[in-house]
Design a protein around this ligand. Structure first.
Ligand SMILES: NC(=O)c1ccc[n+]([C@@H]2O[C@H](COP(=O)([O-])OP(=O)(O)OC[C@H]3O[C@@H](n4cnc5c(N)ncnc54)[C@H](O)[C@@H]3O)[C@@H](O)[C@H]2O)c1
Length: 390
């Protein structure tokens, strides 16, 4: 099948690699010829490295590359079965491109957007046939991250949804279906991982190295929140938080942090600029954690219970199924355990009493307990009857 990809930046080139590896003929287009050249050079380098490391035969790398055509016009999409857009995150620009590409592609071609934060319904509204428009949200880097969120808009028909799921699964990815709401699953449920850690820091309960130590050593997360924010970049991470906050009509649960905003304003964007919460400049000395186990356990539980609350609320509001919420967090952001399973293990009642205690202490809506957790605690229910489900 022919696959068209619009935009050859980080995401577009990564998706092109995934599709070509799965045997598709790929047409990668960008309106900036330099970007297209950069993408070609990057893909050649990535595949050459795979060969060097013995992960791939030279012949296979050559075949993958030969399946990707770097094109300077969307007219190459004439016979495409799927087109994925991965251009700049701007609703107006995306809508204009969708309107344009619809006149080129065949009637049965699926038209997908890789947007992280825009409404799929709004992008689909630019098309004459919005029923074939859908969100197909890859994570960065696309060739390595297993998870893909599939987001039908209100206009999307069932055939488009089913075909998209099948296709992306045939590329070796795990798909989850999310409702067309801000942040979909991962970027919504993960907010407290950063937000509550920042809040603990701002209150002076612990410093960044101690919070990171607690979350990795005690919590079992792969990276602590401050190391991860420095890695993602404060410009990107702060913007996602602010977008989610605005999109949720300023729900205090998603309130961004001044501490992070100031780092962004200072240009201390993290690893990529040499400074963030930590100093990455050559020879820099970073303070170590206070390895206080009791404090560490308190930190982990406070962040975890906020994550559990988000996951429970996402289920309560039918953003995704129980199974898909677990898959999204374990495969999209590599959490050591599904949050709903974690809630079962900690005890639903324990989650509710902790959230109520935080709410009583701070009198902030940020700590309001999900009605689903409260109802489950009252009825003595668990998320999964079989504790080994995930
Ligand atoms: N970077 C991430 O971590 C990430 C993760 C998931 C989803 N996304 C989403 O994927 C999309 C692309 O993000 P990215 O990080 O790859 O961006 P990027 O800036 O690396 O690449 C965007 C590319 O699109 C091209 N472009 C811009 N306008 C165009 C147009 N009208 N026609 C054709 N090409 C055009 C640019 O020249 C550029 O090469 C965005 O919607 C973003 O929200 C990004």
């Amino acid at each position: 099948m022919k696959t068209g990809i619009i935009g050859s930046g980080s995401m577009g080139s990564g998706i092109a690699q995934v599709a070509a590896t799965a045997g598709h003929e790929v047409f990668l287009y960008d309106n900036n010829p330099d970007a297209l050249k950069r993408a070609q050079a990057k893909l050649e380098k990535i595949l050459a490295r795979q060969v060097e490391k013995g992960r791939m035969e030279k012949k296979e790398a050559g075949e993958i590359l030969s399946r990707i055509s770097f094109v300077d016009s969307m007219y190459a999409y004439e016979n495409a079965g799927l087109v994925i857009e991965a251009i700049v995150e701007d609703q107006k620009v995306k809508k204009a491109v969708f309107e344009q590409v619809e006149d080129i592609i065949p009637d049965d071609c699926i038209l997908a957007t890789n947007t992280s934060s825009l409404s799929i319904a709004s992008i689909a509204s630019a098309c004459k046939n919005p029923s074939r428009v859908i969100g197909i949200h890859f994570f960065n880097p696309a060739p390595l991250m297993k998870l893909v969120e599939i987001i039908p808009a209100v206009q999307t028909d069932n055939k488009t949804l089913k075909k998209s799921e099948q296709l992306i699964q045939s590329w070796g990815k795990t798909t989850v279906v999310a409702k067309d709401t801000p942040g979909f699953i991962v970027n919504r449920v993960a907010r407290p991982f950063y937000g509550e850690a920042l809040r603990i820091l701002e209150e002076g309960l612990a410093d960044a190295p101690t919070i990171d130590w607690a979350m990795t050593e005690i919590g079992g997360f792969r990276m602590g929140p401050f190391t991860l924010m420095d890695y993602i970049g404060h410009d990107v991470n702060y913007t996602v938080t602010e977008t989610v906050f605005r999109s949720f009509y300023y729900d205090p649960r998603y309130k961004p942090s001044f501490t992070q905003k100031r780092l962004m304003e200072a240009g201390w964007l993290g690893r990529k600029t040499g400074r963030g919460f930590y100093d990455y400049r050559e020879g820099a000395q970073n303070p170590g954690p206070t390895k206080d186990k009791k404090l560490g356990e308190q930190i982990v539980w406070r962040i975890l219970v906020m994550l559990i609350n988000e996951a429970a609320d996402a289920l309560y509001l039918n953003i995704a199924s129980r199974e898909d919420i677990e898959l999204a967090m374990t495969q999209g952001v590599n959490y050591p355990k599904g949050l709903l399973q974690w809630a079962d293990e900690k005890g639903i009642n324990h989650c509710v009493t902790t959230l109520d205690r935080l709410h009583a202490e701070y009198l902030e809506d940020r700590y309001r307990c999900s009605p689903l957790l409260r109802r489950m605690a009252r009825e003595g229910r668990r998320f999964f009857e079989n504790p080994n489900r995930f």
